[in-house]
Design a protein around this ligand. Structure first.
Ligand code: GLA
Length: 403
């Protein structure tokens, strides 16, 4: 809570310095927060209609926002950057040329297109989710923008609709073909709970994250992933081909109406059809997607029973799958994972998020966290030459107005 007040003071100070103090009613400056997320299991399957199991973090983006009295001028700033980034609501696409502010502009455009009557406003962001770490710093900025703009101009959208607007912004404005997991977790997170989300239907369930004598520790490779420029969109194309192949094979087996998403194949169907996929790469991608989806449900079942050892084993299996079948890790994440599982007090570990850099998430016995960090840092640095960062990971609430 104190931390929250501190963040509000930081962002308010920058706001006053950049856009001036509030006149008269000081309550016209409003504050919002939206968190980053950690995904516990269910990686790279949100865009295949699968189950995912993310949790919102207490690392977040806090923002201060105020109408500026103009019809169409939007001015953005951040506590981590110099300058003001400005665009006009009449020509939001020009914001694509800004050095910063794309996620925000994309959300504003989506909300305007969905019928929100938006006027000019000023907004300052204070991001505390490490950028490029696989912890959804971008989704936290999209979500906080959506919540703030929606509240300022009529509040007609639900949190889930705002999450969807954030996803569309990233797809349409920023060129990353992401799924819904990150924005959903940021909008809908709940303290001390993870969210079991069915990405095909958006049905969800909160599951208490009771880890007993263990803590979640995030280990940052400090290698930035660049989702847009990297292999993310390539993986999406591969699984589109994968689904087409599976459907074609089903037809040759006499199935008249094939499945319409990869995650709806069962283990048995996977066994029957996948060996017939000729292309090795496509076959591996399909094997990952279908098996990961099954693993998510198993993991949630064992977690509900309090069987953390089994939960940890499934996390490791998930890592093997994304590493060898989906090939979305890379030297740094592999070194971090290998270091983590060579430590005795590690209950479970895996990469988390989009991959190709970013963080691993680890379940570690409370009494051995310091030793874990020392051990992992030493091995990771020996293997890669990089210095890692660690964060104790606490699970917080989703996006909200701060008062
Ligand atoms: C990124 C995307 C998500 C999801 C993950 C991988 O975080 O934004 O939609 O696909 O990668 O699970």
């Amino acid at each position: 809570m104190d931390n929250e007040i501190l963040k509000m003071q930081t962002v308010e100070k920058r706001f006053a310095g950049t856009f001036g103090k509030s006149k008269g009613d000081s309550r016209d400056l409003r504050f919002f927060a939206a968190p980053g997320r950690v995904n516990l299991i269910g990686e790279h399957i949100d865009y295949c209609g699968g189950y995912v199991f993310p949790a919102a973090l207490t690392l977040d983006t806090v923002a201060a926002v105020r109408k500026n009295g103009t019809a169409s001028t939007v001015r953005l700033a951040a506590t981590t950057l110099d300058g003001v980034y400005e665009f006009d609501l009449e020509d939001i696409d020009r914001a694509k040329t800004l050095r910063w502010g794309n996620y925000q502009a994309g959300v504003v455009k989506e909300l305007a297109e969905a019928g929100l009557e938006i006027g000019g406003f000023d907004m300052v962001f204070h991001p505390t989710v490490p950028i490029g770490s696989g912890l959804s710093s971008s989704a936290s900025q999209e979500t906080v923008t959506g919540f703030a703009v929606n509240a300022l101009f009529g509040g007609k959208f639900t949190p889930v609709e705002l999450a969807l607007a954030g996803q569309r912004a990233e797809n349409n404005f920023c060129g990353v073909n992401c799924g819904i997991m990150d924005q959903f977790a940021s909008a809908m997170g709940r303290k001390d709970n993870a969210i079991l989300l069915n990405c095909a239907t958006l049905e969800y369930e909160y599951v208490p994250l009771d880890l007993g004598d263990n803590l979640l520790v995030l280990a940052n490779t400090c290698k930035k992933h660049a989702l847009g420029a990297s292999k993310y969109n390539e993986r999406r194309r591969e699984v589109t081909v994968g689904l087409e192949e599976m459907q074609a094979i089903e037809r040759t087996h006499g199935v008249a109406v094939p499945r319409d998403n990869l995650c709806s194949y069962s283990r048995e169907e996977l066994k029957a059809y996948a060996p017939e996929i000729k292309d090795d790469t496509i076959r591996k991608r399909v094997l990952h997607v279908v098996s990961e989806n099954i693993r998510v449900r198993e993991a949630v079942e064992v977690l509900k029973k309090g069987d953390l050892a089994a939960f940890g084993r499934l996390l490791r299996e998930a890592n093997e799958s994304i590493r060898y079948l989906y090939e979305a890790t890379g030297e740094e994440l592999d070194a971090m994972f290998d270091a983590a599982i060579s430590f005795e007090g590690t209950v479970g570990a895996r990469m988390t998020g989009g991959g190709f850099g970013g963080c691993t998430v680890n379940i570690v016995r409370k009494d051995s966290v310091e030793e874990f960090e020392r051990h992992v840092a030493r091995l990771y640095t020996e293997a890669t030459g990089n210095t890692p960062e660690f964060y104790a990971c606490s699970v917080g609430d989703g996006a909200r107005e701060l008062t």
